[in-house]
Design a protein around this ligand. Structure first.
Ligand code: ADP
Ligand code: MG
Ligand code: MG
Length: 327
């Protein structure tokens, strides 16, 4: 699309899904701030109502609480996100697992109990073992055409690693439908850029880098133009706690039942759709650098890995698709 003549940078921001959002767009005046805010908030609220593990009345929470054998017809959006999540679970040999809810909760990253609660203790090996059988995503019967899912019993869906990206796509689509074709949408660090900035340049962003300790050199930030492109980052510094000096990040390796511990500080993924950028960044984080690189290359995914080396330094690896896109 051609740049908008005489446009200025407009900005709206707010909070949703336990994080912050902002939308930047190019328009001549601020007259539409009100209706655009209402539309953005309506989209975000709908995603929460469909896919939140935090809201007990959400579609997802109702599925999780249902008894074995219960069938539920899902909303179109929920079904679409679930289908994508199940595809990636298969494609990543379970590194990405939308049925991780029981483990996520056990490690304190779900609604209750929280790792931030006083007296919270990480689960015992026995408790982890006991929770594992309920995390088999293949036990979920899902008829995509009928949008019908069957609760196998005790399975706890968790779409938090993909829902934010989906929400960004939805907000961007809604904005386009309202005639806003030059916009940057951000939710919790996941971004999608369409069209151009008011100055006619694409939406340039620096890929998120982890905070560094005093005296450490910050890694060089990789800069990308989000011209019809999304980026998502999964990082061990986001939500994590320390046990005996070990960092326990909120990405769970469903194969061990424990928080991932292979020293990846972050994985950023570029993709046309923010849903896929979000989901892949989590999948590759859980897979680890070696497996993750092989997986990303096999699927042509543009990814950047930041690994914590033994000496505390961060080392960077790009897939070939990322090398082509990063400036
Ligand atoms: P962030 O971008 O904030 O680092 P992610 O997109 O990686 O977050 O999502 C992390 C969340 O996804 C966790 O808080 C948990 O709810 C859920 N989760 C944890 N482990 C997995 C996994 N292996 N597969 C899918 N979802 C997961
Ligand atoms: Mg993710
Ligand atoms: Mg992320």
């Amino acid at each position: 699309a051609a740049p908008l003549l005489g446009a200025r940078l407009q900005r709206l921001h707010g909070e949703s899904m336990g994080t912050t959002w902002q939308v930047l767009w190019a328009e001549r005046d601020a007259a539409r701030q009100g209706p655009l805010r209402a539309a953005i908030e309506a989209e975000l609220d709908l995603v929460v109502e469909q896919m939140s593990t935090w809201r007990p009345t959400s579609e997802l929470s109702r599925f999780n609480a249902a008894p074995a054998g219960a069938r539920q017809v899902l909303s179109e959006a929920f079904a679409e996100v679930l289908a994508a999540a199940l595809w990636l679970a298969d494609s990543s040999s379970g590194a990405f697992n939308p049925a991780s809810g029981a483990l996520v909760n056990l490690w304190g990253f779900g609604p209750a109990p929280r790792y931030t609660d006083p007296g919270f203790a990480p689960p015992s090996a026995e408790a982890v073992r006991a929770a594992m059988p309920a995390t088999d995503w293949r036990a979920l019967r899902f008829d995509a055409a009928a949008r019908e899912a069957t609760q196998p019993g005790g399975l706890r869906l968790d779409l938090s690693a993909i829902a934010k990206g989906h929400a960004v796509d939805r907000v961007a689509r809604r904005l386009r439908a309202m005639g806003v074709s030059h916009a940057l949408v951000e939710l919790g660090g996941e971004l999608r850029g369409q069209g151009l900035r008011p100055d006619g340049m694409p939406w340039w962003v620096d890929l998120e880098t982890p905070p560094v300790r005093a005296g450490q050199v910050a890694p060089r930030a990789t800069r990308v133009a989000l011209h019809g492109l999304s980026v998502a980052t999964s990082g061990d510094y986001r939500r994590a706690y320390l046990v005996d000096g070990q960092r326990l990040p909120h990405s769970i390796d469903p194969r061990s039942g424990r928080p991932v511990a292979h020293g990846l500080a972050s994985v950023s993924v570029l993709h046309a759709d923010c849903l896929w950028a979000d989901a892949w960044s989590t999948a590759l984080t859980v897979a680890g650098r070696e497996q993750g690189l092989a997986l990303a290359e096999a699927h042509g995914i543009a990814a950047l890995f930041l690994q914590r080396e033994a000496d505390g330094r961060l080392s960077e690896t790009l897939t070939s698709a990322m090398a082509r896109l990063a400036g």
